[in-house]
Write a protein that binds this ligand. Structure first.
Ligand code: ZN
Length: 84
């Protein structure tokens, strides 16, 4: 491969950084994640606030960051402690 051919080849490759790591083919990575989501999705409800989710990862993210759910859990814990 000559130097100009090499430069053209490097330009056509879609190398990008994903979370700090270089990924050779971003479209293939996107497709992989999309397929993974469709294979592993299943409906589930939050046990604390009753909200519905299409995948387990959505539920985990909700329980980690949703303010309303955190408050409901804190209130339930307080009431449990008062009863003791
Ligand atoms: Zn919740």
């Amino acid at each position: 491969m000559t130097e100009t051919e090499h430069a053209v080849h490097a330009r056509t490759l879609k190398v990008r950084l994903v979370r700090g790591k270089p990924v050779a083919d971003v479209d293939a990575l996107r497709k992989y994640h999309r397929e993974y989501y469709h294979v592993n999705k299943q409906e589930c409800n939050c046990e604390h606030c009753g909200q519905k989710f299409t995948s387990e990862s959505a539920l985990v993210r909700h329980q980690r960051s949703a303010q309303k759910c955190l408050l409901l859990r804190a209130r339930a814990e307080l009431e449990m402690l008062r009863k003791l």
